[in-house]
Design a binder for this molecule. Structure first.
Ligand SMILES: [Zn+2]
Length: 314
């Protein structure tokens, strides 16, 4: 009984900040939490895109400098822009001066236009921009506008004016060094950003913790595995995943790295060996190792299926 009381007390304490954030208004209010030094992360909810979270169910980066704020990914659109600005204002007096796009998924870049109109410079790899353009029509008429309704109004695609060539690039903004590299895992053109001085990596949608990553028809788990190995080579102290809480490499490996390894080296390998797909999928339906991940039930089967089909064609 005593244990029960303690636990419910703890649960109440954990829930209290959430309840306060929701008081009076039902709209998700992002907050920037410090990761290390001048580096902050906005950790979005791990559920789906909803009207309440206005599509901010992903993580974003905020880096403060004396010359202006660097935003890692722009958010889902025009509506979220002022919410991000308010989160930024709590940790810096400077405006958002640069937006670095490391993602091609809708809620990572459709906020570009808003920040561009506020005077920010958008920076991205050429390949990221090319992929955003290829997905723009789909994103402007897909799940995001469906979920957001009137909160999607005023959102328009906009692209980086400063485009980086190749697969890796080192830039310095406001005295902060950022090493960018393409991952091409969740979407073609996705990238990650390493801040060597602060030892933080923003992985974009390469890494998911707390929730299961999703393999879309355009995702590439082989690229994911290779990019994850490069991330392990960097071995940062702080990992800001695309979704889920700020982590270390151990958790990133457990929730994502090991899963890419399973997809490629178990499912992909079985496809290459011409094993029957239905046998392979049912043999690995029950993966105790990954069941702690949110959305396991809705994604695991699909992920195996898409990986099998991809490797069958290779
Ligand atoms: Zn995502």
């Amino acid at each position: 009984m005593r244990l029960l009381n303690t636990m419910s007390g703890l649960a109440a304490a954990l829930l209290a900040p959430l309840a306060m954030a929701g008081a009076g208004d039902d709209t998700y209010e992002p907050k920037a939490q410090q990761v290390n030094d001048n580096v902050y992360a906005i950790i979005g909810p791990t559920d789906a895109r909803t009207y309440k979270n206005h599509g901010m169910n992903a993580n974003y980066g905020v880096i403060t400098t004396d010359e202006g704020v660097i935003l890692i990914d722009a958010g889902p659109g025009a509506f979220s822009g002022p919410y991000i600005e308010r989160a930024v204002a709590e940790v810096s007096d400077e405006p958002v001066r640069w937006v670095v796009n490391i993602g091609v998924q809708d809620h990572r870049w459709l906020g570009n236009d808003y920040f561009k109109r506020q005077g920010a410079e958008i920076i991205a790899f050429e390949q990221t921009v090319a992929s955003q353009k290829a997905f723009a029509d789909r994103h402007m008429s897909g799940r995001l506008p469906d979920a957001l309704g009137d909160r999607f109004e005023g959102t328009e695609p906009a692209y980086a004016a400063q485009q980086l060539e190749g697969e890796t690039a080192a830039i310095t903004l406001g005295g902060t060094a950022i090493e960018l590299s393409l991952t091409n895992a969740h979407f073609p053109g996705d990238a990650m950003a390493y801040l060597p001085e602060q030892d933080v990596v923003f992985t974009g949608d390469l890494v998911y913790v707390d929730r299961m990553l999703g393999i879309h028809p355009w995702s590439n788990p082989q690229n994911g595995l290779e990019a994850f190995k490069r991330l392990e080579g960097i071995d940062p102290e702080y990992v800001v995943p695309g979704h889920g809480r700020v982590s270390d490499m151990e958790r990133a490996r457990r929730d994502t790295g090991d899963y890419y390894d399973f997809l490629v080296n178990t499912i992909g390998q079985a496809a290459r060996n011409f094993e029957p797909m239905s046998d392979v999928l049912s043999a690995h339906e029950d993966m105790e190792q990954f069941k702690h991940l949110e959305h396991y039930d809705s994604w695991h089967g699909t992920n195996m299926n898409r990986t099998f089909v991809l490797f069958e064609g290779m």
